[in-house]
Design a protein around this ligand. Structure first.
Ligand code: AKG
Length: 205
């Protein structure tokens, strides 16, 4: 049985060995702005439940997704082949803000809609080739608060860690985190409201 994760304050900075970094900033977007963007994206994005290829079979993703990026960008994971075709205005404004905040020139965003606490994302690392060796990932949360967990990747030792991601928070993952740690957004059966997550990534090739 894994031990209980170490809980972190919603504004915290973590170093996860050997060279990973996670930071969480609650209230990065003011509450009113987060609520307005949440409503706009919920209503305007093209939310779909796409099938993914995992463990040798095609299964519906346990959440809805949409993808945007600069024309010509391409992101592939779990059998999906996603192409950037430009930016809806609301996402472009957020992109500019995270670029200014981090200095990273993000050119895509993967949008996740968890309709309620039954929707989730399983353990994984963002380690696709097009993200490069040590990607910076900027993740904005909107809507219902959900738990976000980190654990050492297979073959490594260490504690589990937990953040609660509230609406308007910004989570950053950087350094070599994606090589040595995995993350997930578990089910939360008491949550009956939707949550949107936007993960800005820089892809090449
Ligand atoms: O919804 C979240 O906060 C997690 C998203 C995530 O892990 C991903 O897009 O890779």
């Amino acid at each position: 049985m894994p031990t209980a994760p170490k809980k972190h304050a919603s504004t915290d900075f973590l170093r996860l060995p050997p060279g990973g970094v996670v930071s969480c900033t609650e209230g990065w977007l003011p509450a009113e702005q987060a609520a307005a963007i949440y409503k706009e994206l919920l209503e305007s994005l093209d939310w779909r439940q796409l099938p993914v290829y995992l463990f040798g079979r095609w299964i519906p993703q346990p959440r809805l997704t949409d993808f945007h990026g600069d024309p010509g960008t391409r992101y592939r994971y779990a059998g999906l082949d996603l192409h950037g075709r430009g930016w809806p205005a609301a996402l472009d404004v957020l992109r500019e803000s995270v670029v200014l905040h981090t200095g990273e020139r993000f050119n895509t965003v993967l949008c996740n809609l968890y309709r309620d606490g039954n929707d989730y994302m399983g353990w994984h690392a963002d380690d696709e080739r097009e993200l490069g060796r040590d990607p910076i990932i900027a993740s904005i949360s909107l809507g219902a608060s959900r738990r976000f967990l980190l654990r050492p990747a297979r073959g490594r030792r260490g504690e589990r860690h937990e953040f609660v991601l509230a609406s308007g928070s910004l989570l950053l993952m950087a350094g070599d985190l994606q090589h040595h740690w995995q993350h997930q957004l578990p089910k939360a059966l008491r949550v009956d409201q939707p949550r949107i997550n936007l993960t800005f990534r820089r892809v090449s090739g």
